[in-house]
Write a protein that binds this ligand. Sequence first.
Ligand code: FEO
Ligand code: CA
Ligand code: CA
Ligand code: CA
Length: 582
Amino acid sequence: GLVRAKSAGSLGFKPISLSTEDRVLVPEGYTTNVVIRWGDPIGRGARRFDVNNWDVRSQENAFGYNVDYISWLPLPGYASGNSRRAILWANHEYTNPELMFPGYKPGSPSKEQVDIELAAHGGTAVEVRRNADGSIYYLPVSVYNRRITATTPMELSGPAAGHPLLQTKADPTGRRVLGMLNNCAGGTTPWGTILTAEENFNQYFAGNNALPEGPIKRSHTRYGLPEGNSGRRWELFYDRFDLTKEPNEPFRHGWIVEIDPYDPTSTPKKRTALGRFKHEGAETTVAPNGQVVVYMGDDERFDYLYKFVSKGRFNPADRKANMNLLDEGTLYVAKFNSDGTGVWLPLVQGNGPLTAANGFASQADVLINTRLAADLLGATKMDRPEDVERNPVTGAVYAVMTNNSRRTAAQVDAVNPRADNRHGHIVEILENGNDPTATTFRWALFLVCGEPSDPSTYFAGFPKDKVSPVSCPDNITFDQAGNMWIATDGQDGTFRKNDAVYAVPTQGPERGYVRQFMSAPVGAEICGPIFTLDNKNFFAGIQHPGEGGTLEKPVSSWPDGTNVPRPSVVAVRKLDGGVIGS
Ligand code: FEO
Ligand code: CA
Ligand code: CA
Ligand code: CA
């Protein structure tokens, strides 16, 4: 449901400028501290971090690599906690072996390097506390500390579980899978579980060229699996990454994974009802009637925007009753009309062309090959849908298109308005009746990003001479007043400046007034923006600092001032202890 704004929608900080400095910059009156970095121990068994002396056991008991989605889960319970003590969750999307292993040889990793990479993927849950000065620190030992990796046993649940396409030699049941891959953004459910999104899982599987022509190869091709070797070459040591040995293993990835961080012994569940694609995120909202709606993007050029509507209803009085809500419901894909209206098309077996004759004999077929089903329904091809999130104050839904330089002039449409869209845009969706279960909506462009001097840009009508330049929006979050906070991925390519965080009101006289709040170190994108409940801390993931360099030829020394850049979670606070943005 909607929450009432606790303060006015305007923002008070003085914006900073784009930068190429190798450090985290925030506005005057703000400061930051690094909460946790790649290699920091979260359990017994990790040795002190040393890039020249690192091993699998240490990595399994230490913070993983690249930080994407972040969540703040209050302790002692999701509904009863506050902003002083919490479980911090962070996704570890992928690894940069050239920045992890001295002398790394691309194309011929050692088995130990591969095992460390597997252990550095996934996510971390770690207990954190707030100091008296407002900084945030983590506890190296806590019952809540947990690593999830690319080898953690998980369960496939929902309508596709057990389907023959999910069965392998290692798992003839089609219900048990090892680990999760490339978890980009995510979401946190109203019952306090994490949804974490397997995105570019395709890149880990080798040998699609060797498969016989047929439905399996056709599907893998639609999902972009590499023709020959994979980039990281895990297939050298593990059969499941080699399609010639396990052609079905990729069908067991590309899902939304639900994890209960309050129960460190719980088994993560891949929720097949939410479809299989290059999932960016999964942000939830509760409809007036209690049904739970999950908004999701498929981050690929010319792919689609989705939502899932649960069959059952959220029960705020009984946490356990909500634990399998995401196993049953309806998945929809968006079609945008040029007149500012739109419709959610149900991805339901038997609907229109989703028939056995077209390869969809069951709902499991539709969910495993979601992209192919959405193709047949004629969904609108978007400019790389990233985060999609409902403003908790107004109820409007915002869908972030990060960029698409391959869209031609002939492919331009109303909702993807630019050819060679290098800077991206954000679409505002108003569900019919402000009910997220609605099957029709109205939409408008909210931001068309770039340099404000570029005539193709648009900032919800706000005067362009005041706004900060912004490019490649990726993750968003909202503060308690309903202002949108945007983290970027790619400004080093478009602006030749570091990635950044921006804040922008979505309503009131300053609607569209984009102001830069943060600047990343060299080579990093910024991810996972999230606030504490009281909005006095803001967290950002500094993902892949130093990307573009190697340990031998470093381009960043953040955060330790050494030649080993380390992906980290950073906490921001106001020096006067006030609300962020005020
Ligand atoms: Fe991992 Fe779509 O960004
Ligand atoms: Ca992303
Ligand atoms: Ca978000
Ligand atoms: Ca991205």
